[in-house]
Write a protein that binds this ligand. Structure first.
Ligand code: ATP
Ligand code: MN
Length: 528
């Protein structure tokens, strides 16, 4: 559709663009391939390469104004930028867009009609438009008849900022403006920015309505019991939520209302490097489906995806509509959670594969948000590197961590949900000495916890973290349960555990003043 005076983007000052409004899958394949953005893999997916292969959290800014001044927590990843910077960049982007081809998707963020936001996603790349169609909640014909977007995202990767003139950090930028209800982005082709930008918006807006926004996956068992899986990137949210015995609600972002949980999205974004067909059949199948977007996956000579090829990045991704997974919960909503799992990929091999948390430990772990980066992924990293990212998602949480923690604590108390910490990382030694937990064992541990099989089992406390560890779990060898027993050299375990306990304490210092002393008392103790 080409339009001039009646351009659906006239309010942005974009008059003469060639606009495709709500193009479908076939049209987007055609456009993406014609524009040279990607190719169709022999197995079906649209396969693309991007200039950035991960998010750019340091290039994200929030416009500081009367609305955000006192409501955003201006620390860590929440960096202020002036309204004038936003306006200038938007004006430049508008000029850049003149005469260009633009793709517009009208979609929802949120499956709950009461809390969803109608969003207009305007992109320069056709493949982004397909990604958005896959990942957001697709409107019905009826919804589209009188669709009025509340938020607009304008994402033009070909437009690069000039830091010296424009006031950005680099040529890449993602600016969020809560007063104008707009996100503008340039410089990066990584599609994940489209979804995480809006995630940050919901994370800001929902707490005002008493809804807890969460960086977690969710699924539901046969008797309707909902489980949430919080965790930083790579800890297993997507992998573990796609459990053949439970219905998937969503793999990354959810809200918790007075009546239950709802998915923010309509699709999943799975890491596919070294994906094993037997361990993860449902996700594997998506790399064989028409309609999927494969990001930075290398195709072999016959045009088939080679999931073991990490030459472009280890962060290869498959983005697909949720209904590509066989066992899903209709409507992507569920009741009040009965279990909450915090996932951590501990490369020190110290934390137990599964432990039960007290309410204070839950707050402590939620505010800490621990996982570890493994050596080899970054230049110069030879030791496992701890990462503490508050609320298991610091880059997407505009408010003070205490606000989210209090809201979660209230919800957990009201629901009586049980809370577990699961280490999907190393066991039997730290990275390089031990090995990663098997997905099979992690699933067995989680399923035992969710099904109530651990209710009558005896637990022991570990000496440094005071975590309650079950002494018996069906289907899991005894020696796997207690990390200290899994190490050959137990003195080395103690040393490493103390080191990690000290890191936890060091990280928590900046939060101590703002939390209940009982939470601080539940801290790990290296001098036990
Ligand atoms: P993101 O927030 O980036 O989407 P995520 O939390 O969804 O991250 P996954 O995409 O599920 O993380 O990644 C977990 C990775 O770890 C997968 O590649 C999976 O195959 C691998 N893995 C290995 N062992 C385990 C285990 N025991 N449990 C879960 N995942 C494991
Ligand atoms: Mn994921």
């Amino acid at each position: 559709m080409t339009s001039t005076a009646t351009s659906p983007l006239a309010d942005l000052g974009i008059q003469n663009a060639q606009i495709h409004l709500n193009p479908g899958v076939d049209a987007l394949y055609d456009s993406a391939i014609r524009r040279g953005e990607g190719v169709k893999a022999a197995s079906g997916p649209l396969t693309v390469r991007t200039n950035k292969t991960g998010r750019s959290p340091k290039d994200r800014f929030i416009v500081e104004d009367d609305k955000t001044k006192d409501t955003v927590w201006w620390e860590g990843f929440n960096v202020p930028i002036g309204a004038q910077v936003f306006d200038n960049l938007l004006a430049k982007m508008t000029r850049y867009a003149e005469g260009k081809e633009l793709f517009v998707q009208q979609v929802f963020a949120g499956t709950d009609p009461e809390h969803r936001i109608p969003v207009r996603m305007v992109t320069e790349m056709a493949y982004h438009s397909l990604f958005i169609r896959n990942m957001f909640v697709r409107p019905t014909e009826d919804d589209l008849r009188n669709f009025e977007a509340e938020w607009t995202v304008l994402n033009l990767p070909g437009f690069k900022a000039d830091p010296a003139v424009d006031g950005t950090r680099t040529d890449t930028f993602i600016l969020v403006n809560f007063s104008k209800k707009m996100i503008i982005a340039g410089g990066t082709e990584y599609a994940g920015e489209n979804k995480k930008g809006i995630f940050g918006v919901l994370n800001y807006l929902l707490p005002e309505r008493g809804v807890m926004p969460m960086h977690c996956s969710a699924n539901v068992g046969e008797d309707g019991d909902v489980a949430l899986f919080f965790g930083l990137s790579g800890t297993g949210k997507t992998t573990l939520s796609a459990d053949p015995s439970r219905k998937l609600i969503g793999d990354d972002e959810h809200g918790w209302t007075d009546t239950g949980v709802f998915n923010f999205e309509g699709g999943c974004y799975a890491k596919v490097i070294h994906l094993n067909e037997e361990a993860e059949p449902a996700i594997y199948q998506t790399t064989r489906n028409y309609g999927t977007v494969l990001e930075n996956v290398v195709l072999d000579a016959s045009g088939m995806p080679d999931l073991n090829d990490g030459s472009l990045t280890e962060n290869t991704r498959s983005a697909y509509p949720i209904d590509q997974i066989p066992n899903i919960q209709p409507g992507s909503v569920g009741g009040i959670p009965r279990n909450i799992v915090f996932l951590t990929a501990d490369a020190f091999g110290v934390l137990p594969p599964l432990s039960r948390l007290t309410p204070e430990q839950m707050m402590y772990q939620f505010i800490s948000g621990f996982t570890a980066k493994i050596p080899g992924t970054e230049q110069g990293v030879t030791e496992p590197t701890p990462t503490f990212s508050t609320c298991f998602g610091a880059p997407f949480m505009p408010r003070h961590p205490g606000e989210y923690a209090r809201l979660l604590a209230r919800k957990v108390e009201e629901s009586g949900a049980k809370v577990w910490l699961v280490n999907t990382g190393w066991t039997g030694g730290k990275y390089g000495e031990g090995h990663r937990m098997s997905i099979k064992h992690t699933r067995a541990l989680i399923n035992a916890a969710l099904s109530g099989q651990l209710d009558d089992v005896e637990f022991v406390r570990d000496p440094f973290f005071h975590l309650e560890i079950p002494t018996q779990v069906p289907g899991v060898p005894q020696e796997v349960l207690n990390p200290r027993d899994a190490w050959k050299d137990q003195a080395a375990y103690d040393e490493t555990a103390k080191k990690l306990a000290r890191m936890f304490r060091e990280n928590f210092r900046r939060f101590e003043a703002g939390v209940d002393p009982k939470v601080t008392e539940s801290m790990p103790n290296p001098d036990a």
